[in-house]
Ligand binder design. Structure first.
Ligand code: CMP
Length: 141
């Protein structure tokens, strides 16, 4: 299986709940390395640029509002099959549909305040990682 990188964001709801460490442990326990990490308080332009792919969706303005409501903690995760593995760890976008034991089932409140974001493809992972991290700031084991 290929070693991949994926972008992960611990969203404002989970940062406010003080569960950053619990969420990071899920990644490490699943064999993913945290290869880069930073906090950010996103501006409206930062959030809108990151989620540009969703700009015509009805939830876009609420999404930008929510993502700028408090600090986020952003990581690059690296490991075998990292993109799929992280999506399995996160669970379904809507926490009501998320499998028991997933991050969203355990820590999320709603489809808007859903605790974490994870890249959905290798192509988007590369774009999303470059959006937040210069390559010199991403470590490889
Ligand atoms: P995320 O994985 O960060 O990608 C886009 C976000 O939009 C998603 O998580 C949700 O938090 C939010 N969102 C709100 N409503 C919807 C919806 N109907 N479908 C998909 N995403 C939604």
């Amino acid at each position: 299986m290929a070693i991949e990188r994926t972008l992960s964001i611990i969203k404002p709801d989970a940062v406010k709940k003080n569960v950053i460490g619990k969420i990071l442990s899920r990644f490490e326990d699943a064999g993913l390395n945290i290869s880069a990490m930073r906090f950010a308080l996103l501006s409206k332009d930062d959030a809108a640029g990151f989620y540009a792919v969703h700009k015509t969706r009805p939830f876009f303005n609420d999404l930008v509002e929510f993502m700028t409501s408090g600090p986020v903690c952003i990581q690059v995760l690296e490991g075998e099959d990292a993109i799929k593995k992280n999506r399995e760890l996160m669970g379904a976008t809507d926490p009501k549909q998320a499998d028991t034991g997933t991050i969203r089932a355990d820590f999320a409140e709603s489809i808007d305040a859903n605790a974490v974001h994870g890249s959905d493809s290798a192509e988007n992972a590369a774009i999303e990682i470059a959006y937040f991290f210069p390559s010199m700031n991403v470590y490889s084991k």
